[in-house]
Design a protein around this ligand. Sequence first.
Ligand SMILES: *[C@@H]1O[C@H](CO)[C@@H](O)[C@H](O)[C@H]1NC(C)=O
Ligand SMILES: *[C@@H]1O[C@H](CO)[C@@H](O)[C@H](O)[C@H]1NC(C)=O
Ligand SMILES: *[C@@H]1O[C@H](CO)[C@@H](O)[C@H](O)[C@H]1NC(C)=O
Ligand SMILES: *[C@@H]1O[C@H](CO)[C@@H](O)[C@H](O)[C@H]1NC(C)=O
Ligand SMILES: *[C@@H]1O[C@H](CO)[C@@H](O)[C@H](O)[C@H]1NC(C)=O
Ligand SMILES: *[C@@H]1O[C@H](CO)[C@@H](O)[C@H](O)[C@H]1NC(C)=O
Ligand SMILES: *[C@@H]1O[C@H](CO)[C@@H](O)[C@H](O)[C@H]1NC(C)=O
Ligand SMILES: *[C@@H]1O[C@H](CO)[C@@H](O)[C@H](O)[C@H]1NC(C)=O
Length: 620
Amino acid sequence: MLGQLVFMASLAAAQQVYVETNGSTPRPNCPSCTGGHPQYTFHPFEYSLTSTYRYATPRPSPTTTTTFAAPREQLTSKLSSLSYTTWGKWDPGSNSTATDTADPYGRAAWTSLWEMANPPNFTEVTKSAVFSTTVEPTPVPSESLVLPPRDYFGPDDCYNWPEDFDWGVASSASQIEGAVAEEGKSPSLMDILIQDDRPKDYVTNEHYYNYKQDINRVAAMGTKSFSFSIAWTRILPFALPGTPVNQEAIDHYNDVINYIIEKGMRPEVTLLHFDTPLQFYGFNVTAALSGAEIGYNNGGYQNESFPGAFVNYAKIVMTHYADRVPVWYTYNEPLLYSDNGKSIDHVIKSHAEVYHFYKEELKGTGKIALKFNNNFGVPRDPKSEADVYAADHFNTLQLGPFCNPIYLGIDYPESYKMTIDDYVPLSKEDLEYIGGTADFLGIDPYTATVITPPVEGSQESIMECASNYSSPYRPYCVNQTTTNIFGWNIGYRSESYVYITPTYLRLYLNYLYNTWKAPVALTEFGFPVFGEADKQDLSDELFDTPRSIYYLSFLSETLKAIWEDGVEVVGAYAWSFADNWEFGDYDQHFGIQTVNRTTQERAFKKSFFDFVDFFKARGA
Ligand SMILES: *[C@@H]1O[C@H](CO)[C@@H](O)[C@H](O)[C@H]1NC(C)=O
Ligand SMILES: *[C@@H]1O[C@H](CO)[C@@H](O)[C@H](O)[C@H]1NC(C)=O
Ligand SMILES: *[C@@H]1O[C@H](CO)[C@@H](O)[C@H](O)[C@H]1NC(C)=O
Ligand SMILES: *[C@@H]1O[C@H](CO)[C@@H](O)[C@H](O)[C@H]1NC(C)=O
Ligand SMILES: *[C@@H]1O[C@H](CO)[C@@H](O)[C@H](O)[C@H]1NC(C)=O
Ligand SMILES: *[C@@H]1O[C@H](CO)[C@@H](O)[C@H](O)[C@H]1NC(C)=O
Ligand SMILES: *[C@@H]1O[C@H](CO)[C@@H](O)[C@H](O)[C@H]1NC(C)=O
Ligand SMILES: *[C@@H]1O[C@H](CO)[C@@H](O)[C@H](O)[C@H]1NC(C)=O
């Protein structure tokens, strides 16, 4: 009962953004203010302003090893015999053709995968690559680790992070690795996603060869965890169960994981971050790019052979690395790449199967979750019943199809069932199998979005849209805007859809925790400063105050959610450790480091220092 009262009181506090009031902003921290007539005096003047130079503290080298499962030899023996091979590099300019045409998984078969994918302007784009083998890291010069001048305004709270709070940086394979047709990697959706004249992803940050330098730099800043994704098309170029495992890929990610640990950080792994193998579209590029009924892109999850193949891939990765990996994410933002109801059915069931395998067969002691997205919907007018209904429709429709079964073991929400005709009903047995198969809820809470029904004030217009496949408002059946009821932007705007909306983040965390009753982690959050790519001078780009404000305000509100609202938040990861390929765009700089696209040199931005300092100053 007490808990209930505390909860209600805190929710009211978190919702104070809606209170209407007049007069100037109160100053509750100044019960008595200094004012009236100051005493003016002359002093001898001196240039005596002092400066403090503080250096970032690197992660200490590990002194103990923590394991999360039995050694890999014991785990891989649980899978029926795996075969390993290598394929090398695809070079369309070379005249030498493979002759092993009788081998279904030979070099000729592998080459034909790339020929079928036919990535646009491949040769032209890959010419700009700087590296073709693993780069040995150079020590990070200590003068590049001096903290920048602080922003004048900043958080003045007294909250510390809870013990064991996990924090760090996040990334994904296709956005940073490059080397897309090297060391046996086969084509994924990401390699063909952009067909027009926007930048391709074949080079990106060349992290595949430069990973040691990248890891070294992130550790030098004192970061606790390094979250990244593994490319399915590297591990299994032929994607399907029973096909050979790529020895070079297994060795590569093994080194990545070991190097992260050697540098004192925690390696956290996402299994699928949008880079679906092209096999699941039958190499039909038109189909792969045809768009999706529910999400933004067709992730191929609806293919009947997809879930079994995903589980097979997950088992191979987990058996090789589970001894050292503390946290696993099965899917990144699955809604965005779900085509239809079948896609969602395949995602939740294959996720559950991976969870059961990890916990029951591997006896893994690490954690498993998924990373979700939805840009929290807030009612445009919180006093309007229709707007509140619309916001709830928007939020449950995007998160509920996954979170209801996975976290609560209950059926899909009505918002989903009324909208997606071909949803796959869940049986009692399904719900028992799927329920409770995640240790926490990962959310990528970039920003908030303002919601009204398609027709203002009309709840019915949501229902009409949900049953009308021609409605332009499908599939969410709401009107999303970025301004509040008085026409103000809901926050400072970035280069993209991201606005600085910290108070809504607090509400969002309350919503997630109290709806799905699971600990929450901010698995990605970040901010592309407006016009950053246009800055002429590198030093101007590095002084990224709006990004610092974004991170410090979001983290301050996270602490309030924890200590004032009782919301269990267990982690926060910046997106991303460096500027990268944003799906056909290099101008949206989400990074806390810059990347020189000619030399591949990285430089720390101010926000990286501020982000790390905010954790360390508060005991994390
Ligand atoms: C605040 O001022 C506005 C504009 O004068 C007025 O319409 C409104 O009623 C006032 N609200 C309160 C809470 O006093
Ligand atoms: C491939 O063969 C053509 C025709 O013989 C030749 O012009 C070209 O230089 C060769 N390319 C390479 C990369 O060997
Ligand atoms: C792709 O190649 C074509 C033909 O060479 C060229 O016209 C076009 O500009 C190239 N596009 C990009 C993005 O490189
Ligand atoms: C589904 O995936 C299988 C296996 O990769 C493939 O053979 C088939 O063509 C795919 N189906 C479609 C419709 O793309
Ligand atoms: C490829 O997919 C498109 C769109 O789904 C379809 O119209 C076309 O028939 C497919 N092509 C082949 C060869 O199957
Ligand atoms: C469905 O939506 C379309 C597009 O807005 C509209 O023209 C049509 O009248 C709607 N159908 C029904 C049955 O409401
Ligand atoms: C969405 O709502 C806003 C605010 O009510 C309104 O100005 C705008 O015209 C609406 N847009 C659409 C496409 O209905
Ligand atoms: C990238 O590095 C090169 C070589 O140092 C330099 O000339 C160029 O100005 C840099 N580009 C940017 C955008 O800083």
